[in-house]
Write a protein that binds this ligand. Sequence first.
Ligand code: CMC
Length: 392
Amino acid sequence: KQTGLTTLDYGFVNTSATRSTITYIDGDKGILRYRGYPIDQIAENSTYLETAWLLIYGELPTASQLEKFDSEIRHHTLLHEDLKRFFDALPHNAHPMSVLSAGISALSTYYQDSLDPRNPEHVEISTIRLLAKLPVMAAYAHKKSLGQAFLYPDNSLSFIDNFLRLNFGTMAEPYVANPVLSKALERLLILHEDHEQNASTSTVRLVGSTEANMFASISAGINALYGPLHGGANEAVLTMLAQIRDSGEGVEKFVERVKNKEAGIRLMGFGHRVYKNYDPRAKLVKEAADEVLAALGVKDDLLDIAKELEAIALADDYFISRRLYPNVDFYTGVIYKAMGFPTRMFTVLFAIGRLPGWIAHWREMQTDPATKIGRPQQLYLGSPERAWPTDR
Ligand code: CMC
């Protein structure tokens, strides 16, 4: 140990890097609150945009504040025409998460005169632009993968229906909104809106602490979310369920392989750094999965496998002793699949959900006078000083 300065804390298990007033979690009790409001009450009563306002500005909006916010976002949904050609440069099989992070960086080049983190007007317009345009870019990433033409946003529609239409409407056929689908997607996005200092939000804060602009910080957050141990878990869960089905090995055998840590496999959608009894979001998502599949008249054998997997794991000492429970990602993929989204879009949907939280944290950090550039310490274990070899 040569620096003598630090406490070594792999994965920041014990280190608070900031104070915050946005989200409260009690992992042992399974509590999640945004600005003091319990997550189940928010999911039951609010909308994506109202919750975004709550997270970003700290209080519930008045009716006129919400109307103005909604209308501003509607009027910023168009992407610059030139930006459409950005998608032409990418292969059709590009992962939509890569398209999204690159796209958000590219988007900032159109707004170079309004990116100053210290200018409140720039921060305000960047907030609106990101909330309005990121879902459009996400839908275009989806359309690109299908080889279908991009649709222009229809600002007469609600935020959610506009997004669904951009994904599932075509030039040939009008999109017919399905209220069950719209409501379910809205709820799922609300459940993802914030989760305090998770890996992607911490990334947004770390990048933002250098006074990089909001677009650059959020693009970095999207990349952090992409990994299968974080947001990418929803895609990984579905891949895992499909593998179990297609291999025919059976759920019990798969669980045995997980317990034996065979090739490092994990039960994707299980376990959480902070929730050690249950993830309150997972409970709500599981209910939504049953509702959506019933309403759409979809029977998915992957949902049956997921339920069997959950039942076996929750009765097994390996998972009980390590306090591993289903997390928010365990059932979301089954719902997104029933809605018609391809597996590779699942983490993009998580990104749309998490965007308001990233923005709220970025703004909180910029206005907190205690903020300093993020700069972790290290424990140096390398060679002591040595002389450059003279015989080289
Ligand atoms: N399947 C099997 N074993 C697991 C799992 C799992 N999903 N998660 C943790 N373990 C084991 C792990 O092997 C270790 O066992 P041992 O003590 O024998 O070495 C023990 O449980 C503790 O694991 P850890 O890796 O120290 O726990 P962590 O808090 O660092 O990791 C996690 C949290 C979410 C990364 C992890 O549980 C995991 O990899 N889960 C699967 C991926 C996943 O579903 N991620 C989504 C998280 S929720 C959405 C989000 O916000 O991103």
